[in-house]
Design a protein around this ligand. Structure first.
Ligand code: DGY
Length: 321
């Protein structure tokens, strides 16, 4: 088929097979390392559709390099802060993402970070690996229990709600702050309270971020917001790094303004603020939210299905613009 699909990062075969079985001949990057910017700008030339990863910045420069025939950018991620949506829309380029298929995997990681940071699991593992002497003791390495504690969810979308369901099963109560009150739309069993962001920060024992990253959520959690949190509270971020002012977080941790943090994402990913690295009360993992084989295959398949739909002049399954 003459519709040229360029896959700018290495994706699971399930996505490529789907494209091939639908009669396309995708041109696919086959290296775990992302392309350099100049490789990327060369690769996109004359593409009709791009299948992109979050490591690729899709901006005006890239759209110009691709050319005016470009019809679609299908991101293999639910988040799309790597894409300039207005620039795509202005050029009539459809953007799609992959919501739904990574909800459980990401909520699992949020819950894992909650348990890790409150029960000091990273710290405990470091003790064992250090081979230093240790001894069970009544007062040894006590953590904070989460039962009857309040989980405050920022951004009650699918992943926020899935995290809330997990927390509920662990005996937590749930509050959330969202641009709109979605209490009627989410699981009634969650019994979740809709609060302003300030009230959520003031009253929650664990604050977990699940909102999209965009101009309005950039540094949504900064020095002022961290000061509002309880000194005994923990911050969890599995959404996007720039939602948290990372330097302000380091300072809040240093000043004992919050008890700890569990982070899957970083403001300047893949760089991690040096001030986080040597803190025992911080759990740091390398953006693993959707990192299961099944989930990544489902993400690639959904992105490929979106590209195929657009190539066939049909509505994409999960459009962004
Ligand atoms: C997403 O889908 O936005 C994830 O962060 C990528 O793993």
């Amino acid at each position: 088929m003459s519709f040229r699909i360029v896959v700018t990062g290495k994706i699971p075969n399930a996505g490529l097979d789907l494209l091939r079985n639908a009669g396309f001949s995708p041109i696919a990057w086959n290296n775990d390392q992302p392309m350099t910017r100049s490789e990327l700008l060369n690769a996109v030339v004359s593409a009709d559709a791009l299948i992109t990863l979050i490591t690729e910045k899709v901006d005006e420069e890239l759209l110009v390099a691709a050319g005016s025939q470009l019809r679609a950018v299908c991101n293999v991620a639910v988040g799309f802060n790597n894409i300039d949506i207005s620039a795509c829309t202005a050029r009539g380029v459809r953007v799609t993402n992959t919501p739904g298929v990574l909800t459980d995997a990401t909520a699992d990681i949020a819950m894992a970070l909650i348990l890790m940071v409150t029960r000091r699991l990273g710290e405990g593992e470091r003790v064992i690996r250090s081979e230093d002497a240790w001894q069970w003791g009544m007062h040894y390495m006590l953590g904070a229990g989460i039962q009857k504690r309040q989980l405050g969810i920022i951004g009650m979308g699918a992943i926020g709600a899935a995290t809330a369901r997990r927390a509920k099963a662990f005996g937590m109560s749930v509050a959330y702050s969202s641009r709109r009150d979605v209490t009627g739309e989410i699981d009634r069993g969650l019994d979740a309270k809709h609060l302003s962001l300030d009230d959520l920060l003031l009253t929650s024992d664990i604050v977990s971020i699940h909102c999209p990253s965009n101009e309005s959520t950039h540094h949504l959690i900064g020095a002022e917001q961290l000061r509002k949190m309880k000194k005994s509270a923990f911050l969890i971020n599995t959404a996007r790094g720039p939602i948290v002012d990372e330097q302000a977080l380091v300072e809040a941790l240093e000043a004992g303004e919050i008890a700890g943090a569990g982070l899957d994402v970083f403001e300047f990913e893949p760089k991690v603020n040096f001030g986080l690295l040597n803190r025992q009360n911080v759990v740091l993992i390398p953006h693993l939210g959707s990192a299961t084989a099944e989930t990544r295959a489902a993400m690639a398949t959904l992105a490929a299905s979106n590209a195929i739909a657009i190539a066939n002049n049909q509505h994409p399954i999960t459009p962004v613009n």
